[in-house]
Design a protein around this ligand. Sequence first.
Ligand code: ADP
Length: 391
Amino acid sequence: MSFEPAMPYAPGLSEIPVRGLSINDVHDSVRRVVSGPLPSAKPPDVHIAFENLQKHYSGRKGTVIALRDVSFNVERGEIFGIIGRSGAGKSTLLRAINMLESPSAGRVRVDDIDVGSLNEDALVALRRRIGMIFQHFNLLSAKTVRENVGLPLRVAGVKPKITHERVDALLELVGLRDKADAYPAKLSGGQKQRVGIARALVHDPEILLCDEATSALDPETTQSILDLLRDINRKLGLTIVLITHDMSVIREICHKVLVLDGGQVVERGEVWEVFGNPQADATRALLRPLLHDLPQDLADRLVADLRGHPGEAILKVRFPGNGLPGGVPFAALAALGQGANLLHGGLDRLRGHAQGNLLISVPAQDWNEVQARKTLPAAHVEVLGYVHADT
Ligand code: ADP
């Protein structure tokens, strides 16, 4: 079998559609739950399909099951995040796409071709269509930036002039034109990862795999690398599959997310849906740093019942992101009354969906009245407890 030449270098921007919903208040918005995908004119364009994938490792301590019956699709042009705790099976899953790991059972198909059925030549061709970047960059220290990026072309026997032009174009794309003759030791972590990205793009791939690509970088550099990946996804139309243990990376650039736990898929969907209403324990645990949970000082003062003493009810109001393109209406919160206080929390905006948690206190004597007014959607309000007025 043979592979088609890689896709054109710059096919134009592929903007992500934004949901457009109009609502007036929180209550209304939650009643009119909009959770499913909007009808799409085009059928899904499956780029990578995982079919009942299993992976067992046998060792001295017995058999480790790294992947258990994993099935899902990645569509062309999307940024797909795979998240899970350490040992969940993320690397094994990612490496099955380009057959760096061969599955014990099941299949991975790229453009409907079973990658496990390829002979060595076809596998080389496949790997040219699939670029990969790594946490520790994997650059050759004795070679310059230009040589590192151009190496895969040299190995493939591409003419020096073409290699030179291609490398220049890629260094321009990743913002490293002026570092072409520098050695890796002289580069910052972010610059090294840019070299890694340029090298991964050298064969004009249509898929880019990112293995914890920002895990060794500080937050500011992480942001700039994520911006670059987003830019590459839009400009080149690349399908990007990334694995990370960092939920903020997923929130920042992914369209879809899959959560692995113990080698199994425990949750997957659009990022705003999964983050707005996480179902699996593993997802909740991973999301905890982003969830604005009860701060310790309040937790220490919380009681289950005021027993007739004055105090306040502590409410957690969850905005799961079903709709709310206009944000959370202030009026709905203000209607809680003059005695209410906003204590803690935060809202994020993910693909046009405002979502997050707010902790609010309401004088306890007003609480029944607040409930009766149905100011907030009951399904999304939880009374965490009460605090005494004098604590
Ligand atoms: P993650 O990337 O989520 O940290 P991995 O895919 O690296 O998880 O590993 C999944 C499981 O498979 C872990 O229990 C790990 O110890 C085991 N594993 C991974 N690679 C090997 C290997 N080459 N030999 C034996 N066990 C392995």
